[in-house]
Ligand binder design. Structure first.
Ligand code: PLP
Length: 455
């Protein structure tokens, strides 16, 4: 039998790679024909491509694992679902059904949480921009407000004056826990004395009481030790606050930052090897709390995990529209989803799976999105066999920060579906059409007539 001809490929060895297969061969050629038992063909046939697909089973599993890791080690744990990570209504509603509060960072997110039925007392309101009206609403509804800066303190003092009663607030702190670059933009700095000054100002104002501390160290923290330093510093500061100003602490909010099993660009080891388990994060935090808190005191521990709870539950199905060669001979594919839908592809290298077995040699390839912009590359180096038009790529994990940052730049945003535990598929966001783009636009009547023919 005559064998098909396969073009040989010569791949340049690059220094710095750990072996001759290098990083780019890590994800070659895995096949995925279904998500939680629902066929990729069926999903695309019914809802089109590209398509965001979320797994309810995975969402529930991630929540259960993280919740049990913490609640078995500390008696007073509350999760605040980080809306910005993914505020699709269905995802938020599921998180709330599982027991999460809402953690919001804008008036828009606050409104969304309330519209989903979350009571104010179960909303943690963070963020550097809280308009006065939003603050008034949050105070009236009993939300937990973590103050970002002095101007917010002045605003809240005015609200307190209006209401004729003191207001309880949390202070957001930034501190050195060994994370670089340090997120110093948000809240009051601890080490410089700024946080203590703020507390003094609050005490002297006489209208606000500090009843909690908040600190979010950053995202995708690959070690547990920063959380230990964070707890030590926060509890130390809480002790100072109580002693100096008589502010008693009701909660410690450690923010989020727990990594998902996503793969940061430039990290060689797979996430399963490179990252501590959720139990290790929980153990570090629980140990630090038990060493630093006074015996018998268990202030509410608020955790605002985002990516760790949703990233692995999200997939994006995309379709190859064209195969081409770049001027230097590199194989390139154009697919129907790009950075317009997967903003985080600038930092993370997604798993790319194929919906079918494909013969032929793996070749170093570039995967481009549909945007007519040079920046639109989903993967600049992945080993792929020769893909025919129509082949589906299943990219994962994409559940965190992609849906919320997706944009109507050049293309519509696609549908999102949730695969339920019994294999039922629900549309949780419809695909957009032109009306979504034009709904809020207004064309002045003098431009309304169609273009004239002729010169
Ligand atoms: C205040 C706050 N809390 C929670 C989160 C969620 O972070 P992560 O997705 O890393 O858990 C963020 C994300 O930036 C944040 O800014």
């Amino acid at each position: 039998m005559k064998m098909p001809y396969e073009k040989p490929i010569v791949t340049k060895l690059q220094t710095g790679w750990m072996n001759k297969y290098g990083r780019t061969f890590a994800y070659a050629r895995k096949v995925r024909t279904e998500i939680d038992g629902v066929g990729i063909d069926d999903l695309v046939g019914q809802f089109g491509s590209p398509l965001f697909v979320y797994s309810e089973r995975t969402l529930r599993r991630l929540y259960r694992q993280m919740h049990s890791a913490f609640s078995t080690r500390y008696p007073n744990v509350v999760f605040g679902w980080s809306y910005k990570t993914n505020y699709l209504g269905a995802i938020c509603a599921l998180m709330h059904q599982l027991g999460s509060w809402a953690e919001v960072v804008s008036a828009m997110e606050y409104q969304k949480a309330r519209a989903l039925g979350v009571p104010g007392e179960k909303i943690v309101f963070n963020g550097p921009h809280k308009p006065r009206a939003a603050l008034e609403r949050a105070v009236a509804e009993g939300a937990t407000i973590n103050v970002d800066h002095l101007d917010e303190i002045y605003d809240l003092e005015k609200v307190s004056l209006q209401l004729g009663r003191p207001i309880h607030i949390g202070l957001r702190l930034n501190l050195d826990a060994g994370i670089y670059p340090q997120w110093s933009r948000f809240g009051f700095n601890l080490e410089s004395g700024q946080a203590l000054e703020a507390a003094k100002r609050i005490k002297n104002g006489g209208k606000l009481r500090v009843h909690g501390l908040h600190c979010h160290l950053g995202t995708y923290l690959m070690e547990t030790a920063p959380y230990q330093r964070q707890v030590e510093k926060l509890v130390g500061f809480a002790t100072d606050l109580e002693r100096t100003f008589g502010f008693a602490l009701e909660y410690l909010d450690l923010g989020g930052g727990f990594p998902s099993k996503s793969r940061l660009k430039g990290v060689y080891l797979p996430p399963e090897v490179a990252l501590p388990s959720m139990d290790e994060y929980a153990e570090t935090i629980a140990q630090a709390l038990s060493k630093t808190l006074p015996p018998g005191e268990f202030p509410r521990l608020i955790l605002e995990a985002g990516r760790a709870l949703v990233d692995e539950a999200g997939y994006l199905i995309a379709t190859v529209g064209a195969a081409k060669r770049l001027a230097d001979g590199t194989r390139a594919y154009v697919v129907d989803a790009g950075v317009n839908l997967l903003f985080t592809s600038y930092w993370y290298k997604f798993n790319i799976e194929l919906d079918r077995e494909v013969g032929g040699m793996n070749e170093h390839s570039v995967v481009y999105g549909p945007l007519c912009m040079n920046i639109d590359a989903l993967d600049e180096g992945v080993a792929l066999p020769p893909l025919a038009r129509g082949t589906r790529l299943i990219l994962s994990p994409v559940g965190a920060y992609n849906q919320t940052q997706s944009m109507q730049f050049i293309e519509y945003r696609p549908a999102a579906v949730l695969v339920g535990e019994r294999g039922q598929v629900d549309v949780i966001r419809e695909a957009e059409d032109l009306s979504d783009i034009t709904r809020r636009e207004r064309v002045p009547t003098r431009f309304a007539s169609p273009p004239q023919t002729g010169p």
